[in-house]
Ligand binder design. Structure first.
Ligand code: NA7
Length: 287
């Protein structure tokens, strides 16, 4: 059994590391704000002094941070991942970033003789807690295979795509569709309310047809009650929309509906909803 490191203990990282610890793996954790390590140490994790120390001390280290800037700084800054990489060490970045960031980190780690896998996840807080995430992996295939025991604990399914950057591309496309679906749903609920329909009736009618999906059924009732406890922060949804639009731009693919949805998230962020669940975009749409 490999030993595991886990860097980045936000909403997702905490849930994923918890599952690894509870499955009996030897886990060492680190977070920039080190107080977030305490609950995991209580569950049996060791605490590393720096990201580099965790990488150097474990066979395989996972990283789960906010965005491309965070992923690059976690890798390249003093005391970061790259410092701990030597031959035989492996790093799996499960954050959602753009393909260029994944490729930059991949090359740097390969140059030091380490192995790298990008493995962004589909699924937010609840699937992370339930161990039912979906991993979208590209990079070193032998690492994909060696990490399977851990991926199986944290997720229900993993995919391997051959070219570096394809994990990120897949993730951005999936979240772009999700973010756009959410704004359309929010517009439907808001319009329904304006014409005097009951939001729960709208959700019930949707449940009977082809556009039904777990997200509408899970989030819909909470949205109609004004409950936006954060499963997936709105600021991260907007980041994913932005990265997906950049991907479209780079590949000459117009993304009309997604661009409009992105503007809704930007406006919601401006209005102070960035830390709330991404479904809070409805608050802006209702106004
Ligand atoms: P959170 O709950 O916002 O957590 C973000 C984590 O990223 C948290 O541990 C942060 O540390 C860490 N972070 C942010 N910037 C940095 C830098 N520069 N260096 C090191 N660590 C950093 O996000 P989620 O868990 O919901 O999501 C994580 C990813 O999954 C994201 O890509 C989503 O799109 C999907 P902090 O505690 O603030 O010190």
């Amino acid at each position: 059994m490999s030993t595991y490191g886990f860097l980045g203990l936000g909403i997702m990282g905490t849930a994923m590391a918890t599952n690894l610890i509870q499955a009996g793996f030897d886990v060492t954790v680190w977070n920039r704000t080190n107080t977030k390590c305490a609950p995991l140490v209580e569950l049996g994790a060791k605490q590393g002094e720096s990201a580099a120390a965790v990488v150097a001390g474990c066979d395989i280290t996972f990283g789960m941070v906010s965005d491309p800037e965070a992923a690059l700084s976690l890798c390249f800054e003093k005391g970061g991942v790259l410092e701990g990489i030597t031959e035989g060490k492996s790093y799996i970045d499960v954050s959602t970033v753009d393909p260029d960031t994944a490729s930059t980190v991949y090359k740097a780690i390969q140059n030091k003789g380490g192995r790298y896998l990008e493995a962004p996840v589909s699924g937010s807080k609840q699937p992370a807690e339930d161990g039912t995430l979906v991993f979208l992996c590209s990079g070193d295939e032998s690492l994909y295979s060696d990490a399977q025991e851990a991926l199986d604990v944290m997720g229900k399914k993993s995919f391997y795509f051959p070219l570096i950057g394809q994990g990120a591309q897949m993730k951005l496309i999936i979240n772009m569709v999700m973010g756009t679906m959410m704004t359309a749903f929010a517009e439907g609920l808001s319009l329904g309310q304006k014409v005097g329909l009951q939001p729960n009736d709208i959700i019930d009618v949707i449940a009977q047809g082809a556009i039904n999906n777990p997200m509408f059924q899970l989030k819909g009732p909470r949205m109609t009650e004004g409950m936006f406890a954060t499963a997936f922060p709105l600021k991260h949804m907007q980041k994913d929309m932005r990265l997906a639009l950049l991907l479209g731009d780079a590949h000459n693919q117009p993304l009309h509906t997604s661009s409009a949805a992105n503007n809704a998230y930007i406006r919601a962020k401006q209005n102070g909803y960035g830390e709330e669940d991404f479904s809070a975009v409805i608050k802006n749409i209702e106004k």
